[in-house]
Design a protein around this ligand. Structure first.
Ligand code: KIV
Length: 271
């Protein structure tokens, strides 16, 4: 008896083909089962369990404190819900910078224990040996250049990156190195659109932009930001596709009022 398994899951090969055919790639972050199921049903192609979970889920000021174990815990729920999207897990600060051996062994652990399809890590030339080792070990790696939030203490803030010719050349060179090392995609965060265009044309793997204009091969946003749940956060690059913060507050105050005046639960809602 032959068993036919239909593979409707997104793959790194299909992503590369989408770039070649000029089809844009849509990616969002997600951190739990319930929202991931909605994203997946809506047809999202890639999901990033970003270390932005440190801010969004845990309430930390920076992405730095989140641990490997916390990332694995969150990613397991995402993986259970994602039937079609390719799931990428962010490697936390400190989990890949010490040595190539440390990077490979943490990447393998994170993939095996979370079920994610790929890992993402921040940086260029300085982490190239680690990326090469991971790719050799069979780990699909997504790069991340431009604004790299794990370096906030070194770079002193979240400003635009790749300004000026020297910075732009360095970023372009880093992107080429990541591409040659075998990254299946590269996130470009908060850089001028003109530089994002140069990078996108120079590399064979898809580029995924956030605050990098519409010239990249795809886009990524933090889910809670684009849903309007993170109400005070409105940088120039962000479009809020919904105002769920308002909706949640309205629903909760309606609920409170209904509890207080005993109109909830009514007869139909009671046994
Ligand atoms: O952690 C994250 O959410 C990210 C995206 C902003 C790309 O790295």
């Amino acid at each position: 008896m032959s068993v036919h398994i239909q593979n409707s899951r997104m793959t790194t090969t299909r992503l590369r083909k989408m770039k070649q055919e000029g089809e844009k790639i849509a990616m969002l972050t997600s951190y739990d089962f319930t929202l991931t199921r909605l994203l997946d049903e809506a047809g999202i192609e890639m999901i990033l369990v970003g270390d932005s979970a440190s801010n969004i889920v845990c309430g930390n000021r920076y992405t730095l404190p989140i641990t490997i174990e916390e990332m694995i815990f969150l990613t397991k729920g995402v993986v259970r819900a994602a039937e079609h999207a390719l799931v990428v897990i962010d490697m936390p600060f400190g989990s890949y910078q010490v040595s190539e051996e440390q990077a490979v062994s943490n990447a393998l652990k994170m993939m095996k224990e979370s079920g994610a399809d790929a890992v993402k890590l921040e940086g260029g030339e300085e982490i190239l040996p680690a990326i090469r080792h991971m790719v050799q070990a069979g780990v699909p790696v997504m790069g991340h250049l431009g604004l790299t939030p794990q370096s906030v203490n070194q770079l002193g803030g979240y400003g635009l990156r790749g300004k000026g010719e020297a910075e732009a050349e360095k970023l372009l060179n880093d992107a080429k190195l990541l591409d040659e090392a075998g990254c299946f995609a590269i996130v470009l965060e908060k850089i001028p659109a003109e530089l994002a265009k140069r990078v996108t044309e120079a590399v064979s793997c898809p580029t995924i932009g956030i605050g990098a204009g519409n010239v990249t091969d795809g886009q990524v946003l933090v889910l809670h930001d684009m849903l309007g749940l993170n109400e005070g956060f409105k940088p120039k690059f962000l479009r809020q596709f919904a105002q769920l913060g308002e909706d949640v507050k309205n629903a909760v105050s309606n609920y409170i009022a209904a509890v207080k005046d005993s109109s909830f639960p009514n007869q139909e809602e009671s046994y």
